[in-house]
Structure formats: structure tokens, C-alpha cells
Design a protein around this ligand. Sequence first.
Ligand code: SF4
Ligand code: F3S
Ligand code: FES
Length: 247
Amino acid sequence: MSYEAKFRVWRGDDGDGELVDYAVEVNEGEVVLDIIHRLQATQAPDLAVRWNCKAGKCGSCSAEVNGMPRLMCMTRMSTFTEDETITVTPVRTFPVVRDLVTDVSFNYEKARQIPSFDPGDVQPGEFRMQQVDVERSQEFRKCIECFLCNNVCHVIRDHEENKPDFAGPRFLMRIAELEMHPADASDRRQIAQEDHGLGFCNITKCCTEVCPEHIKITDNALIPLKERVVGRRYDPVVWLGSKLGIV
Ligand code: SF4
Ligand code: F3S
Ligand code: FES
């Protein structure tokens, strides 16, 4: 059954813009991205929107739907009532390029700042991993880099000034993945705390709530990483070593 949905969509750029009302046809089984595409095809050909896979796997179509950070391609129209107004706005934490498209280069800058996997002296084929370590890495590697977690984290969502010092949950999770990887030879605890702002995270878990891959970012990455940092700080051998300048 078709019906006309009331859509309110952000139109504008970084300097100026407004919410514009549209009535758009909806058919059974459609998702928000289908409606945005129909809007482009029928009424607003210059509407800017980023997408790629329409399967929840590329992470491109992140937006805020009725104020909730969502993938538009995975948000079914059947979750709304037919008389509801559906507001679609760009993710708030990153600057708007135009309409629903934001500049997420903040995230790529943070990614580049994290030293890559360090195999130490281990040669390919020499190392065997426990299943538990494999599963931990696999969970973190489900990330599709939609950046909804970084978008929703209050540390940077309302505090532009924190951005230079905070990598956001996505990349703190990457540091945790490397720190807990049994074959990674680098100690990541100091950079997590001092360069990437782990201490800013006060475990609100909003990042975990919005992750479309259902990764337990807070419980499985951020809290264990915090425990390791605290362990390092309060380890008397480490404390003495740091005083003597050898740790
Ligand atoms: Fe998206 Fe989840 Fe990856 Fe964050 S951790 S970027 S919410 S998939
Ligand atoms: Fe932010 Fe997630 Fe911590 S939302 S405060 S990184 S638990
Ligand atoms: Fe790829 Fe939505 S279009 S995740």
C-alpha cells in the first residue's frame, strides 16, 4: 500500500540552511534512503546525499532521523506511523558540506594518527592465536566506519574544542584492538590516554547504543582499555620505572 509521507529535510550548507517540508510517496518495504532518492528524482534534483551500498555495509548514508543517528538505508519506513513527520538532518558533529552530506575528514585524520600493527620480531607463520583473541578482533573489525558513534559522543558532539584531543569511540576502539592483540608488540596505553583522550570518555555508552553493527564498544573496548591504563599507572614497578625514566 502506498501513502504520502511528510518529510522535513535539511537543505543548505555550512553557513546557512533550513528545514524544508516535502510530501513524498512511500511504498511497502521501503527505507528512509528510498524516500530520499524519490525526493531527489521527483522534487529536489539538487539534494545532496551520500550513499553507496544500500545494504548497511559501506557506512556512507549516516544521518539523523528524527534526531536519532541512523543509517538511512537500514531505517525502515514501517517504524514510523503514516501521519508522522520524519525529519532528516545531517550528522551534527561534522561540518555540513551541503544538505545531508558532511565532511567526515576528522575521522580519517584520527585514523592516520594511530600507529599501525607492530609485529615485533615475530615472523609470519610463527604465531598462533587463541580463539578468544580472534573473536575479540573480529568483533571490532565488523566496524563499517559509519562514524555514528563518533557523531553521538557528547565529548565532541557539543564541544568542538575537544576534537584535537579526542579520537572518539571508533578510534579508541582501534587502539584497544591493537593493545589487546597478543601479537602486537607496542604498548598503546600511553597514547590512548595522552594523545587520544581516553580519559574524556565517561562511559555514557551512547556510542554502543547507536552502532549499527552492534559492537559492544564501551564494554569490550573502552572499559578494558581504561583498566589497562589504570593498571599501568598503579603498577608499583611501572611507577618506579617511570620515576627512573626506564619505562
Ligand atoms: Fe559505526 Fe559502530 Fe564502527 Fe562506530 S564502531 S563507526 S558506530 S560501525
Ligand atoms: Fe563517548 Fe562512548 Fe565514552 S559515547 S563518553 S566514547 S562510552
Ligand atoms: Fe551503505 Fe547505507 S548506503 S550503509
